[in-house]
Design a protein around this ligand. Sequence first.
Ligand SMILES: [Zn+2]
Length: 234
Amino acid sequence: MERIEKSAVVKALAADESELERINKQALRPLKGEEVFAFRLAACDNQVDRDLERFTEDTLEELAKLFVGKPVLLDHQWSAEKQVARIYAAGTEGEGERLRLILRCYMPRNEATAAVIAAIEAGLLRECSVGCAVEKAVCSICGSDKARKRCGHTPGQEYDGQACHVELSGARDAYEVSFCAVPCQREAGVVKKYGGEDAPEDGDGAPGGQGTAAPQEEAEIGKALALLELERYA
Ligand SMILES: [Zn+2]
């Protein structure tokens, strides 16, 4: 299964002593508190998302380990694709049934990063896309790996009263995080690069199955987007 991307929510973070200690494990030279700007990203969680997919709890834990040390890049609309920050710590945080992958990132405070830091602090730059790869995309109805085999169950449809979704399991790789200059639209935040239910019916399951959303799917996306909006400052 190839790279998948999810949107994430950005929030400034106080770089206190314990954070600084972790940051300095990634830095080339010891940094002082005033030299650093830290922020956190609520990346993905174990709930069924707007793509009708969910990461399993184990996968979130695996992704947390894989993301440490990975770069945070700027969208081309902010600057050339360049690394502005680095992930120095990652872990899961839970409330009730919900488990979220939280990435903690830092960047140096300097002339080059001043505009980005100001934009994060002002809440203008608050969304990111997070890229990762998992081994399996398992159908919640029949357990088939949809990345490899078409099982005929469509995510979002009900089968004997059970709504089908896809379980993303087995973290394989974590790539980078990219800031989105404009709030991530579906196209920006979520890019499918594996064959699956949304690949063309007559297709061969080849990568690139990002199709036009059907009306029913649009309604689901609208609902999910409204939820995301509510969760933005959670
Ligand atoms: Zn199935």
